[in-house]
Design a protein. Structure first.
Length: 171
């Protein structure tokens, strides 16, 4: 089943923050992701944060934060997609796909070139994420769940280095 057409996706506002926290708490087994969202905001690391709304209720949230790829001679700006949360009653109904699609569009509009995700290897490739693009990037992660997306074709060409997440990730 897909999400109904009356779902609105828009940037978060200050008034949305308690509901965003509740969605993240409901969607994950611990409050770690909700705490991460709060810490990323407090540290000024947020690039884009969007909510999905149905009948004035926040049912989903996605956050993109600043990260860098530290090379030998320079660093390359990128964004991390994490976390994404959908209220349990709305999961598997297209809400997450809408959040990812519109979140990536927002990042493109902001001039971002590279997005990195550690996520489900059967879910994120539908949006263009590929594990092979992330292979030259050193991080505590590897394998099919460690993926990158070029918002600008060729943005990762010849890019190698160590991925540096925002400090709240603790990585």
């Amino acid at each position: 089943m897909t999400a109904s057409l009356d779902i609105i996706v828009r940037p978060e506002s200050l008034i949305d923050r308690p509901a965003i926290r509740e969605v993240n708490i409901a969607a994950f087994p611990t409050p770690d992701e909700a705490d991460l969202v709060d810490a990323l905001r407090a540290g000024g690391h947020v690039v884009a944060s969007l909510v999905a709304i149905h009948e004035d209720e926040i049912i989903g949230h996605i956050l993109f934060s600043r990260m860098t790829i530290e090379g030998t001679d320079d660093s390359v700006a990128a964004v991390a997609l994490a976390p994404m949360a959908v209220a349990p009653a709305w999961q598997r109904r297209g809400v997450g796909s809408r959040l990812v699609t519109e979140g990536l569009a927002a990042c493109r509009e902001l001039g971002e070139r590279i997005v990195i995700v550690l996520g489900h290897p059967e879910y994120y490739p539908r949006f263009g994420f590929r594990a092979e693009l992330a292979r030259p990037l050193t991080a505590p992660f590897a394998g099919a769940a460690w993926m990158a997306l070029e918002l600008v074709p060729g943005a990762l060409r010849n890019v190698q280095g160590t991925v540096a997440y925002a400090p709240p990730f603790g990585i």
